[in-house]
Design a protein around this ligand. Structure first.
Ligand code: LHQ
Length: 259
C-alpha cells in the first residue's frame, strides 16, 4: 500500500508510504493518493484531511528511478506533469480543509505538494528543498506559483535556483508554512488541529479557500463581488444559523458542515 488511510472521527489521515524511498512518488502512489482523496471527498462524514509521510521523510518528490533517461530514450515528463497537475488541482479544489504534517524532508514535488495544502505544520527537524535545479528542472506542482506568493520573489528565486534546504523553523518565520513543531509533538498537534477543523463550519472553510484562490487573479472590485456572493450563499447554511444562535446563547456551536 503506497498510501495508508486511517479513518478518524470527522477526518481521514493519508500517509505516503514508501519509507525506504523517503516516500518518493511513483505512478502507483499517485493513483493511490488520487483515489484516497476521491474517497474522502465522497464520504459525507469526512470533513477534513490530514496528509503526512511514513518513516523519517515526508516526500522526496518524484521517484527518480522511474524517470531515468535510459535505452528507451527520454521519459515523457509531460505525462508525469499531467499527473502532478491533476493532484495539485484535486488538493486545492477539495471542499474541506487539508492539513499537512511534514514529518521529515520534503523535496522537489514533495515540498510543493505540502504547500498546496491549506495548513502546513512541520517537525522542527524537517526541511524543505526545492531540489529541482539539482537535476536541471524547474519547480513544479505549483512551486513557481506558491513560492513567490508565500515568501516573496527574492527568497523564492534563491530557494529555487540554489536548491538549499530550508529548515522548518525558518520556513515558519518566512511564512512558507503555518508552524514548526517539536518532533515528538508533531502528530499530536496535527491530529488536534485536524479534529478541530472537522468540527468547524465546513462549507464556510471551503468557500474561504475558493475566495483566496480567486483573489490571486481578481481585482479588488471583482473580489468584493465574489465575497458578497459567497457570503450570501453561506447565509443560507444551517451552520451560519447555528453559529449566530450559539454566540447569542453563549455556548459552543454545533456545526454539521451540511447544506
Ligand atoms: C529516492 C529519492 C527519489 C528515488 C531519496 N527517488 N529514490 C517531475 C517530472 C519528472 C521528473 C522528475 O521530477 C519531477 C518533480 C520532482 O520531484 S524533481 C525532484 C526529485 N527529487 C529530488 O531530486 C530529491 C532526491 N533526493 C534527495 O536529494 C535526498 O534523498 C534528500 C535530500 C531528499 C534526503 O537526503 P537523505 O536524508 O540523505 O536521504 P538519502 O538520499 O540517503 O535517501 C534515502 C533513500 O531514499 C536512498 O536510497 P538508498 O537505497 O540509498 O537507501 C535514496 O536513493 C532514496 N531516495 N529520494 N526522489
Amino acid at each position: 500500500m503506497t498510501v495508508l488511510v486511517e479513518t478518524h472521527q470527522g477526518y481521514r489521515q493519508l500517509s505516503l508510504n514508501r519509507p525506504d524511498r523517503l516516500n518518493a512518488l511513483n505512478t502507483e502512489m499517485f493513483h493511490a493518493l488520487m483515489a484516497a482523496l476521491a474517497e474522502a471527498e465522497a464520504d459525507s462524514e469526512c470533513r477534513a484531511i490530514l496528509v503526512t509521510g511514513a518513516g523519517r521523510g515526508f516526500c522526496a518528490g518524484q521517484d527518480l528511478g522511474d524517470v531515468q533517461v535510459g535505452d528507451s530514450g527520454v521519459p515523457d515528463l509531460k505525462a508525469v506533469l499531467e499527473r502532478y497537475n491533476a493532484l495539485v488541482r484535486k488538493l486545492r479544489g477539495l471542499a474541506m480543509p487539508v492539513v499537512c504534517a511534514v514529518n521529515g524532508v520534503a523535496a522537489g514535488a514533495g515540498a510543493n505538494l505540502a504547500l498546496a495544502c491549506d495548513i502546513v505544520l512541520a517537525a522542527k527537524s524537517a526541511n524543505f528543498v526545492q531540489a529541482f535545479s539539482r537535476i536541471g528542472l524547474i519547480p513544479d506542482c505549483g512551486g513557481t506559483w506558491f513560492l513567490p506568493r508565500l515568501i516573496g520573489a527574492a527568497r523564492a528565486r534563491a530557494l529555487a535556483i540554489l536548491a538549499e534546504p530550508l529548515a522548518a523553523e525558518r520556513a515558519a518565520e518566512w511564512g512558507l508554512i503555518w508552524q514548526a513543531v517539536d518532533d515528538d509533538k508533531l502528530m499530536k498537534t496535527a491530529h488536534a488541529l485536524t479534529a478541530r477543523l472537522a468540527k468547524q463550519a465546513t462549507i464556510g472553510i471551503a468557500l474561504t479557500k475558493r475566495a483566496f484562490d480567486a483573489a490571486e487573479t481578481n481585482t479588488l472590485d471583482a473580489q468584493l463581488d465574489l465575497e458578497r456572493d459567497l457570503q450570501d450563499e453561506l447565509g443560507h447554511t444551517p451552520d451560519y444559523a447555528e453559529g449566530v444562535r450559539a454566540f447569542i446563547e453563549k455556548r459552543p456551536a454545533n456545526f454539521t458542515g451540511r447544506r
